[in-house]
Design a protein around this ligand. Structure first.
Ligand code: ATP
Ligand code: MG
Length: 394
């Protein structure tokens, strides 16, 4: 029934001369997401508006779902775009629209007219009153509520007349590609995919690095991380994924360093290697799924020790979130079911019974001096044997 969607986006962010960058990215990303949807779509900008117009048959639900994955969109309004053929014709279209869209007419409404084109022969107030009256006449079960209407009938007089009464929430955020690039440390857990999603939602393009330890971690554990990257890529676009063989480094740390410091030292080398790849592809920061106090390696002291291993900013969007709130997002973006599959990750194999919970950075650095002989060589080997995949959404 709808031939177009009116796309609403946050206005504050787009004031000034950067506005067109924001809008052009949004248009590009909408086109990208709609590529896989059944139907023919035209995306166009018009006076601070973005419209998605459809031609012929299209899948409405899929279209809405695709638009709900485009960061920067605040609202998606299925809209009727009609030529101005006089007030009577307008009322007729509004009535038909209400009849089709609301089978149950027991609702309260308000007409909200706006004129972007001031030469229309009636004022907004006059349109509100006259259209409201026509609706009441056509559907006596309805009633007007100007304060908390259940249905807001929007009528905007522009070059074409826009009629819409629903606004489906979009994901919010900023258009992808407007804020630089960052490197996500992606594990098979619940947290890191959510962290990547959240940073990407601010317009950041992401790449990812995963550390595995074959044969201690299985092929299935690796596939799980690839599957998670695919899920995240549904929002972020294709993700370049570095898969680092971390086994020799882990074994070497295990051999040389105190076992209760193992996780922290391992984590520090992960940060260093991720930072190497981040610099190589001009990323401006690293992203992790850490959250204060969640586990021993995420106390404030542990975070400080991990942070000390690299110089790039580390973005930790989950830092103050409770697990349940993280799970809620994981469910929303459809990573949760994959994340809870029970395959070992490389940290669980080598965990100590009693890991330090308040590591002192100086001690950790001192322990790491025991690795001096071979660690550079092992890091180089890990970097040069890294497998690189381009992961796309399914
Ligand atoms: P997640 O659910 O994201 O795995 P977690 O609660 O299991 O997090 P940790 O295992 O302590 O927490 O890991 C903390 C962060 O370190 C992860 O969110 C991730 O960013 C990074 N990380 C941990 N293990 C790996 C790995 N094998 N490969 C890449 N990054 C990792
Ligand atoms: Mg983990």
């Amino acid at each position: 029934m709808y031939t177009a969607f009116l796309i609403k986006y946050a206005e504050i962010a787009i004031k000034g001369k950067n506005r067109y960058i924001f809008e052009d990215a949004l248009v590009r990303n909408i086109r990208y997401q709609l590529k896989t949807v059944d139907g023919k779509f035209t995306v166009r900008k018009e006076n601070g508006r973005i419209y998605v117009e459809t031609e012929g048959e299209y899948d409405y639900d899929e279209t809405v779902a695709a638009l709900q994955r485009v960061f920067g969109i605040v609202g998606i309004c299925p809209v009727l775009l009609v030529e101005d053929e006089g007030f009577e014709a307008l009322c007729k279209t509004v009535i038909e629209h209400i009849d089709e869209a609301y089978p149950d007419k027991n609702f309260t409404f308000k007409v909200n007219a706006r004129r972007a084109r001031k030469n229309y022969p009636m004022t907004s107030m006059e349109i509100n009153a006259a259209v409201g009256e026509k609706i009441l006449e056509a559907f006596p079960e309805t009633s007007v509520d100007v304060h908390h209407p259940q249905v807001m009938v929007n009528i905007e007089i522009r070059p074409q007349i826009n009629i819409y009464s629903t606004e489906i929430p979009g994901p919010g955020g900023m258009p992808l590609g407007t804020a630089g690039k960052a490197m996500l440390l992606l594990s098979g857990g619940i947290d890191s995919p959510v962290a990547g999603y959240m940073i990407s939602k601010r317009g950041v393009t992401i790449e990812a690095t995963y550390f595995h330890a074959p044969p201690y971690t299985s092929e299935r554990a690796k596939q799980k991380v690839i599957d998670l990257a695919k899920k995240v890529a549904a929002y972020t676009g294709p993700i370049k994924l570095n898969i680092v063989n971390f086994t020799d480094i882990q074994l070497y740390i295990y051999e040389k360093c105190p076992h209760e410091e193992l996780t922290i030292i391992m984590r520090r080398y992960m940060m260093k290697i991720a930072e190497h790849f981040a610099k190589e592809s001009k990323c401006l920061g690293l992203i992790t799924g850490e959250s204060i106090g969640q586990v021993a390696s995420q106390t404030m002291q542990s975070l400080a020790a991990t942070n000390d291993a690299c110089t790039m900013p580390v973005y930790r969007p989950l830092i103050a979130m409770d697990k349940q709130d993280i799970v809620t997002i994981a469910e929303k973006i459809d990573t949760y079911e994959t994340s809870i599959l029970p395959y070992e990750d490389c940290c669980t194999i080598f965990v100590a019974k009693h890991p330090v919970t308040k590591p002192n950075v100086e001690y950790i650095r001192k322990s790491e001096t025991k690795l001096a002989e071979k660690i550079d060589e092992l890091m180089e080997a890990a970097i040069s044997t890294t497998e690189v995949l381009m992961v796309e959404a399914e």
